[in-house]
Every structure is written in structure tokens, then in C-alpha cells.
Write a protein that binds this ligand. Structure first.
Ligand SMILES: O=P([O-])(O)O[C@H]1O[C@H](COP(=O)(O)O)[C@@H](O)[C@H](O)[C@H]1O
Ligand SMILES: [Mg+2]
Length: 562
């Protein structure tokens, strides 16, 4: 793409508002900045489209939203079988989220697609639920999930409430690319859309039905109303969308032990009291841990801004709060679920991903439950659930290492509302037995081996960063290592070129002797490269030493110094 030409066309277009034009004029002498903003269109990645907010084709702004929505509208109309096509659009607490949601809705309306939006913020799982509940043709969430505040994004959903898988997303992209100019986008004023019934608010009954579903899926609801004496748990939605539904669900269960981090219950696009609103990072729990210490809470739980991820820190014997990994929480939830089921359904299956550790899988297999691994991205888990609707398998549980879990099939994306409720139930169950989640984890490790994993995130931003990531991936692909950290490579899978039965994906996985493995892939949501390492051994120490050695050597051998 000719970035200067793109830049000029934006600058001169009558469609571009004065403020955007000013923003563009201000960078007139900054060629690098113009290039970054205009050298390509913002792409669809693991979780839809995600980018830095600002003017440009490679940025998140109302024009990029309109163009994407025009393409998405054409895609919906082409494959829609309904007489009245409809879309549900939710938004989180980020900068411009509400504005972008309305922009998307007005483009949909102009294309004759009834757009349901919300008066306030909603979580990603609520959107997934609403698409199904309203029998809509599609859905959108305006969110950049846990990214820093300067980001926003656009997640796209099909009629089953699942994010579009690449095959479908490619068709949307094709339709978006076909939108060549600002004039090519249909747009309707809000008043007209409302008058024509093409812009509507999602009825409150949908939120209520969602909460009912969450409550119905608890194992022992009386545990909440009869919480063990002294049990307290801290909760923070990290200034995002999770506060309302989590508190509503727990209130409906008559649970009294919840201590919300008051200042983080406030919706805030700047995430003022947190350095990074990502429950994967310990830094996100600073306030929550302070509350937990003050109130003597057993654990503190944090959901990300669009409330599809959830993390938990648990108090150990020394009074320290230890963060569980997504793999650990996933394994614990699965173990708890199995312990509470009277009997397993026919052909039970759990879904994880190729970068999820083997911990949960070991538990599942021991109980005769099949484990199916998909590519990274919860959409692949949602896709499988739909396939199993033919009765071939019974879906029990889906999870991935990046703090995403799903129980039940009302929602087809990871759901941090129901997961939070389940984590609290599980915490109480063990608390009543004088155990912590760490005790249970240790018992499981003794049974299934000590599983240890680490994740190395290498930040590489901008156009140059992308090139560096591509180089590292090519090293991983082409310079095959016979052994890593003294462990022989027993299997190397290149998910881009080998026949794996899964869609092609830019991932390379090395399975080493003794159950250790590492996988390397570019993030599809942030400008970084991810190296996942997983090991299992007879002791925690041994497993950790092995994983750390692998992580170190992989970086030394594949990543050029910057
Ligand atoms: O960011 P979220 O919470 O929408 O989550 C999205 O991104 C995560 C990270 O993806 P990547 O490793 O490509 O950055 C994925 O694991 C997840 O399935 C997807 O829904
Ligand atoms: Mg998220």
C-alpha cells in the first residue's frame, strides 16, 4: 500500500471530520508515523481486529469501524437466512467504545440490518449469549480486551455466538477489502434508524436470562447462601465490564462474602488505578491483594475489561497471595467439575488448545474423558461445541492457558462471569474442608506429576517489530534443533506447513523427551511473540528447572539480540 497516497486521500476527503484532519495535519512531517498509520489496513487476528486508537487505515477510528461494518454487513446479508437480519453490538469501558458501537450500528441499520445495542457496557460473554438468545444473525463487541488503554478493537460473532473462525473471517475480510472508498459505506442517522426500528436496545430480559443461566450451572447453590463461616473473597473487574453481572449473579445466589475493590468497580477507560488491565499479570492485582490482606480474604479474583478472562490469587500458609496460572485454574475447575458430577455424560469431551499445558488433559484422561486440542483462540473451541451439537460428543469444559474458561453451552466464548462464580464455589468447597486451592493443586500434582509452565512474551512493536517476529518464526521453522537444554526433540510440528488436521497457523511446537515441550507463535492480539514452555516431573523444582532451561536456550538460539 502506498502510505503517502493513503494519507493524502484521508487528508483531502470531505468525509473526514475536522478533528481527524487536524490529527493528520499534525504528523505531516513525520514520515515514519505516516507509514505506521497508513502502510496497511488493520488486520483481523486471534480476537478480531485490534489496534491503537487514532487516525489512519492501520488504526482504530470511526472510519475503520464504518468500513469494517460495511463489509461485515454485506457478508451477513449474503449468508443470512432470516427474513429480518439482526445484529447485537456490545461495547466495553474503553476510549470511544460507545461511539464505535453506535457507528457500527448505524452502518448496519443503513444496510437494513436491525442493530441491537446496549445503554451501558456489557461483557463479551453477555454478547455471545444475547446473539443466541435473540436469534440474531451476528454480533460485535467493541473492546481491546486486556490491552493497554490506547488500544481498541472489534470482535465479530456469527449466529451461534462464536467468534468467526478464519474461513468465515476471511470472507468478511474480502468484503471489507471490497469497500474501496468512504462513499462506499452506507450510513444512517441515528434518529432515522430509531424511527425505522433499525436501532433498538437489547431488552433487559436478556441480561436476566443470562444471569439465570449462570446460576443454574452452579453445582451446589446452597454453598453460596450458606457460605462457610469467615469465608471472604475479593473481586475486581479492573475498571471494565465485569462488575455488574458478577455482582448480580452473586447477589442472586445470596452470597455475602464478596468484597469488591470499590475504586476498580468504577468504569474507567484509562484504567487509572492499574498499570495493565490484564489478569495474567500480577501487577493487575495490586489493589485486590491490599483488600485481601485487609479483610483476611482467602483469594482475590480479577476479570479483564471485557470480562472473558479471569485470574485468581490465593492465600498460602504464610499469608502470601500466589497467582495461579490459567493452566492451573483450568485443571482445578475440571477436577472440581468431575468431583461434583454424579455421572459422566456419554462421550464426554473437554477442549483445550495446542499451547495449553498437559495438566488438565492428564486429569481428563484418567477419568476416561476425551481431550481435543484446537488452535489458540476460543473461537476454535466454540466451533467444536457447535459441531458436537449433532450428539457425537458431550461438551464438558473448555479452557486455554490465557485465563479463558467455559462451562455450559449458552455462551460460545470464554466466560469470566460464570468462571468467577465457579471459582468462588470451588474456593468455598475446599475452605469448608480446611483446604486451600493450593493444597488441592498439590494433591493433584502428586497424583498426575508436577506440571510447570512458563510463558515468555517478547514485545516487538510496529512494522519493524513485525519483521523481527517473522524472522524469529522463520528461524524456529528452518533451523531445526535436535535437542534443547539437553533434551532430545522427539517431534517437531510446524502448524503452518505440516498436515495437522487443524487450519494452517503460524506456530511451531517442539515436543522434547520426558514430556517437556515448547511452542512459539506471534500473538494475534498484541505486538509480541509468545514462547510457551511446559514440563512435568516428580517435583516442582525439577519441572521448573527444566522449563526454565528450555525457555532460556530457545531464546538464545532463536531470538537475535536487539
Ligand atoms: O484477548 P482476548 O481476551 O479477547 O482473548 C483472545 O486472545 C487470546 C490471546 O491470543 P494471542 O495469543 O493471539 O494474543 C486468545 O488466547 C483467546 O482465545 C482470544 O479470544
Ligand atoms: Mg478479554
Amino acid at each position: 500500500m502506498d502510505f503517502q497516497k493513503n494519507y493524502q486521500s484521508w487528508l483531502e476527503s470531505a468525509y473526514v471530520d475536522a478533528q481527524t484532519r487536524e490529527e493528520l495535519q499534525a504528523i505531516a512531517d513525520d514520515k515514519k508515523e505516516i507509514e505506521e498509520r497508513f502502510y496497511k489496513d488493520l488486520e483481523f487476528g486471534t480476537g478480531g481486529m485490534r489496534g491503537i486508537i487514532g487516525a489512519g487505515t492501520n488504526r482504530m477510528n470511526r472510519y475503520v469501524i464504518r468500513k469494517a461494518s460495511q463489509g461485515f454487513a454485506r457478508y451477513i446479508l449474503e449468508r443470512n437466512a432470516r427474513t429480518e437480519p439482526a445484529i447485537v453490538i456490545a461495547y466495553d469501558t474503553r476510549r470511544f467504545s460507545k461511539v464505535f458501537a453506535l457507528e457500527a450500528a448505524l452502518v448496519m441499520a443503513a444496510n437494513g440490518i436491525k442493530a441491537y445495542t446496549y445503554e451501558g457496557v456489557r461483557t463479551t460473554p453477555e454478547l455471545s449469549f444475547a446473539v443466541r438468545h435473540l436469534n440474531a444473525s451476528a454480533g460485535i463487541v467493541i473492546t481491546a480486551s486486556h490491552n493497554p488503554p490506547e488500544y481498541n478493537g472489534y470482535k465479530v460473532y456469527g449466529e451461534d455466538g462464536c467468534q468467526l473462525v478464519p474461513e468465515e473471517a476471511d470472507k468478511v475480510i474480502e468484503a471489507v477489502v471490497a469497500v474501496k472508498s468512504f462513499e462506499d459505506v452506507s450510513y444512517m442517522e441515528q434518529a432515522e434508524a430509531e424511527a425505522k426500528g433499525l436501532l433498538q436496545i437489547v431488552p433487559e430480559a436478556v441480561d436476566e436470562a443470562y444471569i439465570k443461566g449462570v446460576i443454574a450451572k452452579t453445582c451446589t447453590p446452597s454453598l453460596f447462601s450458606n457460605a462457610p463461616e469467615g469465608f471472604k473473597v475479593v473481586f475486581t473487574p479492573l475498571h471494565g465490564t465485569g462488575g455488574r453481572p458478577v455482582v448480580n449473579a452473586l447477589n442472586a445466589l445470596d452470597f455475602k462474602g464478596l468484597i469488591p475493590v470499590q475504586e476498580q468497580m468504577v468504569e474507567d477507560s484509562e484504567f487509572t488505578t492499574i498499570k495493565l488491565p490484564n489478569p495474567e499479570e500480577m501487577i493487575a492485582y495490586e489493589r485486590a491483594v491490599a483488600y485481601a490482606e485487609q479483610y483476611g480474604a482467602t483469594a482475590a479474583i480479577a476479570t479483564d475489561p471485557d470480562c472473558d478472562r479471569v485470574g485468581v490469587v490465593v492465600r498460602d500458609d504464610m499469608g502470601q497471595y500466589i497467582k495461579l496460572t490459567g493452566n492451573q485454574t483450568g485443571g482445578l475447575l475440571l477436577d472440581y467439575m468431575i468431583s461434583q458430577l454424579r455421572e459422566l455424560p456419554k462421550n464426554p469431551v473437554i477442549l483445550d488448545t495446542i499451547v495449553t499445558s498437559d495438566f488438565g488433559a492428564a486429569i481428563a484422561k484418567k477419568h476416561g474423558i476425551e481431550v481435543v486440542s484446537t488452535l489458540t483462540g476460543f473461537k476454535f473451541i466454540g466451533e467444536k461445541i457447535r459441531q458436537y451439537e449433532d450428539g457425537s460428543k458431550s461438551f464438558l469444559f473448555g479452557y486455554e492457558e490465557s485465563y479463558g474458561y467455559l462451562i455450559g453451552t449458552d455462551v460460545r466464548d470464554k466466560d469470566a462471569v460464570i468462571s468467577t462464580v465457579w471459582i468462588i464455589e470451588m474456593l468455598m468447597y475446599y475452605y469448608a474442608r480446611k483446604q486451600s486451592l493450593l493444597d488441592r493443586l498439590d494433591a493433584l500434582y502428586r497424583e498426575y506429576g508436577y506440571h510447570y509452565e512458563s510463558l515468555v512474551n517478547l514485545k516487538r512493536e510496529g512494522k519493524d517489530g513485525m519483521a523481527q517476529i517473522a524472522e524469529i518464526m522463520s528461524n524456529a521453522r528452518n533451523d531445526r534443533m535436535e535437542s534443547v537444554a539437553g533434551l532430545k526433540a522427539v517431534k517437531i510440528t510446524d502448524f503452518e506447513n505440516d498436515d495437522t488436521g487443524l487450519p494452517k497457523s503460524d506456530v511451531v511446537k517442539y515436543e522434547l523427551e520426558g514430556g517437556t515441550w515448547f511452542a512459539i507463535r506471534p500473538s494475534g492480539t498484541e505486538p509480541k511473540l509468545k514462547i510457551y514452555v511446559s514440563s512435568v516431573a516428580a517435583s516442582n523444582q525439577e519441572a521448573q528447572t527444566r522449563a526454565d532451561a528450555v525457555a532460556k536456550e530457545v531464546q538464545e538460539r532463536l531470538v537475535p539480540a536487539v
